[in-house]
Ligand binder design. Sequence first.
Ligand code: SF4
Length: 699
Amino acid sequence: MDGAGLAQVRSTCPYCGVGCGVTLRADGAGGLTVEGDPDHPANQGRLCSKGFALGETVGLGERLLAPRVNGTETGWHEALDLVARRFADTIAEHGPDSVAFYVSGQLLTEDYYVANKLMKGFIGSANIDTNSRLCMASTVAGHRRAFGSDTVPGTYDDLEQADLVVLTGSNLAWCHPVLYQRLAAARAARGTKIVVIDPRRTATCDIADLHLALKPGTDVALFNGLFAYLRENGALDEAFILNHTTGFDDTFTRASADDPEITGLDRRDITRFYQMFAATERTVTVFSQGVNQSTRGTDKVNAILNCHLATGRIGKPGMGPFSVTGQPNAMGGRETGGLANMLAAHLDLESAEHCAAVQSFWASPRIAERPGLRAVDMFRAIGEGRIKALWIACTNPAVSMPDADAVRAAIRACPFTVVSDITPETDTARLADVLLPATGWGEKDGTVTNSDRTISRQRPALAAPGLARHDWAIFADVGRRMGWTDAFDYRSPTEIFREHAALSGIAGRLGRDFDISGLADLSDADYETLAPTRWPVTATRSGGRFFGDGRFFTPDGRARLLPVRQKAPAAARSPKYPYRLNTGRTRDQWHTMTRTGLAPRLSRHLAEPFLQIHPEDAAALGLAPADLARVKSPLGTAILRVLVSEDAPIGTPFAPMHWTGETAPAARVDALVAPANDPVSGQPESKASVVAIERYDAG
Ligand code: SF4
């Protein structure tokens, strides 16, 4: 209790992957006061605008308070009996691969664990994928190709210990604001040099010593050029390459074949960047959606990793490649296998030994033994009638998926769709046959893992409203109704977490990176008071960095340098579609605004959807500031307010992806985005759509 007599609860912000700790005080009338937790290692008391406004986003206004079947309120028993029966009947008639779960990086680890166990271990399909596919799948694939595991080598502290921080495809100032605050403070204190690589001039450039506004999609050429430069200028760590990597010669040959001038950058700027990188041992390269959301995303990740591996700058203080995740529990989803191509605990679906180990641990009747459908392919399969029962949890794909109009049509056409969420007022929820009320942030109870592998508790400060239940409990209840009574007999998130931690111990014994077996025996009381803890957590190891010792998770223990080639984005500009549309986030909104849209102060920053466009493009199109523009791609149309700015490069306008069919009916930007995937990661290309633009006259 604090001085005012109100109980203080420590929890974690539900937005980005920084994973800031918050302290919550319920006011007794359904409201919450939210402050930064000074003891949380991620933020040390800081919050950004979204975190500060969290208290404005709780309340019963648009909550789903009871299950609904075909729009009619019903009880849990009727709703869950129906869900279990329809899934069981569909599986019996069409096989396990005829059903699918599409889940979310907003789910807690315990939710993810149970959903993945139900699909992969008991239904026997790997058709569970997540909106994290849109966020960091290319990083997962790049890590696994280079390290043999999906391991983030470093920690947030590295950004403060580095002498050079390269931010590529990362608008840290808006998308990971507290990490940006930490970096800006470190720069002020120790003079950290900062390079921003981004076609657009973003707010992050405010602290940049060098902004490289490369042409969209030319990242591989830039980093291949760096690799070749490092070799030619004697800046490699020959001993590290010799003792701890494979593939150097092929990688160097391939890298030398790319001309970095394809980036469109001034040669002097390229050389300055290369000189800075070569001369600075303590270098961290941060990358995010600008790298990942690409049909070449995995190659871009590996081009970055190649440069760090060849210089031995990995897993040491102030050194390393660093992927920052977009969602609060993207990492927890990776740990529990909530992606269609992963097993639980960072184990491999492709490994018979790993599959057998997980099946034995779960005592399950079967186990998925091949990858399932990744997000884009999943919704394509739904549209083609191959998926006949779908469960969407805690996400809004009718707005956020590429080719959103087709996704909406696919969900509408699916014979049976379940949506579990906190509100019936999303574009996706409106398409559901069965709506299940889930608890939301402030009510949920479990754990999340942030971008530097720190596991934090989300604790409830508010009671679940109406009949809302935790997502793990809903999935478990359906599992029991489908006949797997013992396997889903969970009474608390603590039981699930202990099981998750115990399974990770098996992964550890199989030589995998993700091992939190040291938490497998947590008591209920210890779980309740669990402080932020970075994995791994074993009998011999707690937290820290990976790979500083040169040992990787590949069969031979060496990292793989990978030859990667510069390739253009999938869609080519044409006279009909002469512009390349970049999409992304704004500072104060989150995803499809289900929560941030409730906070009035957050709408003051940028109140409506917009098209940021260079003055030369605007003049050529006859567009003036505040005009409306019709933006057309081969797939869809959006009407957006014109924001003329030199921050957008010529020919490459930018539009935010937050606004939905509810908030701005003609501004669903993902309806413009083609469902073109990276062939390795399955991540769609959300930042390089081709569009035509014209003035729109509302009259
Ligand atoms: Fe929340 Fe991210 Fe802001 Fe931290 S930086 S308060 S985790 S949105």
